[in-house]
Ligand binder design. Structure first.
Ligand code: ZN
Length: 644
């Protein structure tokens, strides 16, 4: 008898079971053996986007609970992965169907049937997971590739979370047809040359911390400080792979040396999904899942790194840095997380903000960009803070606490109501680094805090309690930083970066925008004198659509709202964003615009009185007249600093 009891499941399973067999695993003798929890997964149905999963529990409870996470570590949103799990069925080793009862939206109880001698036979569960989320946080499967996070597909055996398990990747017809390979950071037990076969996870949290990419990907392999690294890229793209490889080596070697050898991982894998316009990454213990635009990859003949490529390198640098900062140096609350409900922390300013500060700084330190480019990137990062009126309403500490709602569920009012713990956190990191360097006359820096946290927390798997980092910063540097943190973490006023940067030889300049697409950094072209007060995009059927409305600026004061579509200004058609910008360039504060627009399908009219453009774009300039008294951006000799 098949372990599948419904005809549909039998059909799907037979389709690939006939064509793919896995090496036999020895039967476990007790609960502690990895194969006492054996997960088998196969990309079964490309058209239906269905993974087929089996879970064999060798030593179940009489009433065995199984559950799927509601969120994935590193991404603070309840995603309810269980909504994509279907057809959960169970039988035991004696071919008896077992009763499956839902307990809540993500938990099920499987009732065993006792044997005559009172023992309980092993349970075999089977189910399907629908995978149509092309992101780094879920699962996606069609004829082009298959990708999954364990949080989307693997049920946790409740009360056996800390025990090791086996994951088996099984080929299906689509794998054979396309000669697909598999790539994961999970340690293999026995796999074929395409990467299918058995893998080992030390516990359930390890099982879900190793996403799997299956497809006809392009591979880049290299060693960084002796550690084997691989990048696999899936999608339609062209790329100067040699350039990408040599740039990645520099980033990875720098980061390993920054924290000190040996690296905490035996190998590392970058899994990249290349699409038309996506961007994002999620960190794991020895891998990262990335999604990027094909235009962000380097092309043959590219001399100066494009803005898109710099963004991609920053993303790689960022996620790789998390190998230390958040995957090992981590809040205590994240160490053995309940994945059914939100976990709150005020520490994300450190884990995302410090990481965001270092991601670009490392590109400078390892020689991939020059100081001018770094200052441009930093100016743009600071602009993301200074553009947001919400920074006066929410502290970065609150931003971290409310990650689950306000940050991860941003709406059209977000710029007015919240501040990002990534951007404001990186501003705090900059201010903290410069403050430490200044007050210790250059003898210490933020690097020292990082290394202390690595040695005393990350390496020994000791979690950080809330507010502990603030206390440690003072302890490590010998500076009383309590006022600094009260102001930067809990306060909502702007921190005075100008005088601090001046000591390091840089001018901090706030200027007005010179175009509707001005993201900060060096000025180019004439400034706009007026503030339209909205983020706009080209509307799909002509005109411009307002995405976000800035509080107390022209658009809002005229009565315009998010999603309104402007079709004409002063009686002339506005076909796109460029036309709006050309019009605004000619205007002075106080000028008016007669505006025709649609709200939903209703044609409306208003008069916009243009307010003055605010100084909210940040530009950092080398101060030629006053040389620096302290060093910040000059190269850091890691070997020297380690022995010092
Ligand atoms: Zn991050």
């Amino acid at each position: 008898m098949s372990q599948f009891s419904s005809p549909e499941l039998q059909q799907i399973s037979q389709k690939y079971i006939n064509e793919a067999t896995l090496p036999e695993l020895a039967k476990p003798l007790d609960k502690n053996e990895p194969c006492a929890r054996h997960y088998t997964i196969s990309p079964a149905d490309a058209q239906g986007h269905l993974f087929s999963v089996q879970l064999r529990i060798a030593f179940p409870d009489k009433q065995q609970l199984v559950r799927l996470p509601s969120w994935i570590p590193g991404s603070y949103l309840i995603r309810d992965f269980a909504k994509h799990l279907n057809q959960l069925q169970a039988i035991d080793d004696n071919h008896r169907p077992l009763k499956v009862t839902p307990i809540d939206k993500a938990t099920w109880q499987i009732d065993a049937v006792e044997n005559a001698d009172g023992s309980i036979a092993a349970m075999n569960l089977s189910y399907q997971v629908y995978a149509w989320d092309l992101s780094v946080r879920g699962a996606h499967f069609d004829e082009s590739h298959a990708f999954f996070n364990g949080t989307s597909v693997f049920l946790e055996v409740v009360d056996q979370r800390d025990l090791p398990c086996v994951m088996s990747l099984k080929k299906s017809p689509v794998c054979f047809k396309n000669a697909w390979k598999a790539a994961t950071g999970m340690p293999p037990i026995e796999v074929d040359h395409h990467g299918f076969g058995h893998y080992h996870a030390e516990d359930y949290l390890a099982l879900i911390d190793h996403p799997v990419e299956i497809g006809s990907f392009t591979e880049i392999e290299f060693r960084a400080c002796g550690v084997p690294h691989k990048m696999v890229l899936t999608g339609i793209f062209d790329c100067d792979l040699e350039r990408l490889k040599s740039d990645l080596i520099k980033v990875c070697e720098y980061e390993i040396q920054l924290f000190g050898e040996p690296a905490p991982m035996d190998s590392y894998l970058f899994q990249v999904m290349v699409t038309g316009s996506d961007y994002g990454g999620l960190e794991h213990r020895n891998s990262t899942a990335l999604i990027c635009s094909r235009n962000d990859l380097p092309y043959h003949g590219m001399e100066q790194a494009s803005d898109g490529y710099l963004q991609f390198l920053e993303l790689c640098s960022h996620e790789y840095f998390h190998t230390w900062n958040v995957k090992r140096i981590m809040p205590q609350a994240y160490q053995n997380p309940d994945l059914s409900a939100p976990i709150y922390s005020r520490q994300l300013w450190w884990f995302e903000g410090i990481t965001s500060y270092y991601d670009a700084l490392i590109l400078l330190r390892c020689g991939l960009i020059d100081q001018e480019t770094y200052l441009k990137l930093l100016g743009q990062q600071l602009t993301r803070v200074y553009r947001m009126p919400g920074r006066f309403k929410q502290s970065v500490s609150e931003s971290s606490f409310y990650a689950w709602t306000k940050f991860y569920q941003q709406d059209e009012n977000a710029p007015n109501a919240i501040i990002s713990y990534y951007t404001k956190g990186s501003l705090v990191a900059l201010a903290l680094d410069l403050t430490i360097r200044e007050q210790t006359q250059g003898n210490k820096s933020l690097d020292d805090v990082l290394l202390y946290l690595w040695d005393n927390y990350g390496k020994v798997a000791k979690g950080l309690e809330e507010f502990e980092i603030e206390t440690l910063c003072s302890k490590i540097t010998g500076i009383d930083l309590s006022d600094f943190f009260a102001q930067t973490l809990d306060g909502t006023d702007d921190f005075a970066l100008e005088p601090l940067l001046e000591k390091f030889g840089f001018k901090f300049v706030l200027r007005s925008q010179n175009s509707l697409s001005d993201i900060g950094g060096p000025e180019s072209g004439d400034a706009l004198k007026v503030n339209f007060g909205a983020n706009v995009v080209d509307a799909s059927n002509g005109g411009v659509q307002l995405k976000h409305i800035w509080q107390d600026a022209s658009a809002q004061l005229a009565g315009l709202a998010a999603n309104d579509e402007i079709i004409a200004l002063n009686g002339l058609r506005v076909g796109n964003k460029a036309q709006l910008e050309a019009l605004l360039k000619r205007k002075q504060p106080g000028d008016t615009l007669e505006c025709d627009y649609f709200r939903r399908d209703e044609l409306r009219h208003c008069t916009i009185t243009l307010t003055e453009a605010p100084l909210d774009r940040v530009e950092l300039i080398v101060n030629e007249s006053e040389p620096a008294s302290l060093n910040w951006l000059d190269s850091v000799d890691l070997n020297e600093s380690k022995t010092a």
